[in-house]
Design a binder for this molecule. Structure first.
Ligand SMILES: [Zn+2]
Length: 108
């Protein structure tokens, strides 16, 4: 159920390289920690891959956080659906994250 939801969610964002919307079938769910889901998505148009963090809380609008451009980040802030701090936290986390998801989710 949640997987289907995440697939639909990912189609609302566009490839950071070529600007094509992502397709739901190109999403791989890497893992979940609390409200945070980690997804890997590949663009069907240009083949580039992106790491996406999705914050899904019950009763709140879901948030997708990827390696956003400054302009996109400003747009997110304007929406005020999530605190800029939270976006920044995840953004910094993704920047420093070494990609070892097995280790990350083993810490539970
Ligand atoms: Zn692309």
């Amino acid at each position: 159920m949640e997987r289907e939801f995440l697939r639909r969610l990912i189609t609302t964002i566009k490839c950071g390289v070529c600007g094509q919307p992502y397709e739901g079938e190109n999403v791989t769910i890497l893992g979940q920690r609390d409200d945070l889901w980690f997804l890997n998505v590949s663009c069907s148009a240009c083949g580039s891959q992106a790491l996406v963090a999705a914050v899904i809380k019950e009763g709140e609008l879901p948030q997708l956080i990827t390696d956003l451009t400054e302009r996109e980040r400003a747009k997110f802030r304007d929406l005020e659906v999530v605190g800029a701090d939270e976006v920044l936290d995840v953004h910094l986390f993704l920047k420093s994250f070494d990609g070892d998801f097995a280790q990350l989710f083993a810490e539970e």
